[in-house]
Design a protein around this ligand. Structure first.
Ligand code: UGY
Ligand code: MN
Length: 248
């Protein structure tokens, strides 16, 4: 799509970035043969994780990430299968999976599909083994009000436990709902807006955001969101956590 006079809402700053679909650039990657990959958050922006979309034609496969890197993926459209530990799972839209580092697996598109992937180097704890693979579906994850506010419903997609060094959640805002305060924390976020829209404050900038937008929030990026419009605003959000900042 040709844009008007070089305009875009995409904005890449030192400690945060908003990456909108109109500025996506496609690439190839050896472990995703035949698919198109769109990196939206990478260490080159300052992040300690990656977030990317993969557009898989029917029958395309994806293989493990680099050594020491764990992976979470979430199906945005289509249907994929995941083979791991001798079992095959089928994942439709809003199905997701977590794969610990160095665990051989294969993701196969059963039809043309789009997934979003988060990858992070695993930080091991001395007395704790790596987490086990986990497969789930958003529709069957419990919802609870975030910090007691029933205008923001939270779904935690990964199991609890010290083996995990990150979390991936869904936050669902009723129109008019907002984060209760401007957060600042050393943990980073990778956010994909799934539905609706609103205004995201990142440091001292306020951005209109809509479905399909990705946000990187680096350490201590001030952050606040208010949902606008007549429909819920819902986002998928990654956070590194459960590890001391000295090793994060
Ligand atoms: O978990 C979080 O830090 C979350 N409340 N942050 C955010 O939505 N920007
Ligand atoms: Mn936060």
């Amino acid at each position: 799509m040709r844009q008007k006079l070089g305009e875009t809402r995409t904005s890449v700053r030192d400690r945060h970035a908003l990456v909108c679909p109109d500025s996506h650039e496609r690439t190839t990657l050896p472990n995703w043969p035949g698919s198109e990959v769109i990196f939206v958050i990478t260490p080159q922006t300052g992040a300690r994780f990656t977030e990317f979309f993969v557009d898989l034609p029917a029958e395309a496969v994806g293989r493990e990430p680099l050594i020491g890197i764990q992976r979470f993926f979430f199906v945005l459209s289509g249907n994929v299968s995941l083979s791991v530990d001798g079992k095959t799972h089928q994942l439709g839209v809003e199905g997701y999976a977590f794969l610990p580092s160095d665990r051989p697996h294969e993701i196969r598109a059963l039809e043309k599909s789009r997934i979003v992937v988060l990858e992070k180097r695993y930080i091991e704890l001395a007395d704790e083994g790596r987490p086990e693979p986990f497969v789930g579906r958003v529709g069957s994850v419990a919802r609870s009000p975030m910090k007691g506010d029933d205008m923001i419903m939270l779904q935690k997609l990964l199991p609890a436990g010290n083996a995990f060094d990150c979390e991936v959640n869904i936050m669902d805002f009723a129109p008019g709902g907002s984060l209760p305060y401007v957060e600042t924390h050393f943990m980073e976020h990778g956010l994909l807006l799934l539905n609706g829209g609103g205004v995201y404050r990142l440091d001292n900038s306020w951005y209109p955001v809509e479905a399909g937008d990705v946000i990187w929030m680096g350490p201590f990026a001030a952050q606040w969101f208010g949902a606008l419009g007549r429909t819920n605003a819902r986002y998928l959000i990654y956070k590194n956590w459960n590890r001391d900042p000295h090793v994060s």
